[in-house]
Design a protein around this ligand. Sequence first.
Ligand SMILES: [Zn+2]
Length: 141
Amino acid sequence: MKVRILATPPDPATGEKQPAGIRIEDLPKGSTRQRIPVQALEQHQQTGHVTIEADRFVYHTVDGDVVFHIRQEPGRYCLTCGERLPDFGGNGRALEARRAQQCIDHVAAHGDKAVKSPDWPHGYENRPSTFTCEVEDLRGK
Ligand SMILES: [Zn+2]
């Protein structure tokens, strides 16, 4: 999925371009999972193109509203049971190492049933800067 910002011609007085609206392109049909980067989301929120309703993001596009249900906050998740695991970072190396060990221990506790993937060989997914969402509703114009 791509979010395109549609700009108006520059303001003759200031030369600044004002965003006229946004359009979401390449949005798969059905209830497909999408990953939305935190940084992009914050930008679209600042420009008023996205609002938050409880655990949903509503993109106000030129084609109508698109509602995304948040399925996973940014963070680390066990591939076997889906449990949220401790995040690393921000608090020094000793704490990071301890949290990394907690994640490894958690996955090891699943034993032979532990799910690992080529992308996530340690058995947990690490997405510190994206929300995982599902398209819930297209409120067309
Ligand atoms: Zn688990």
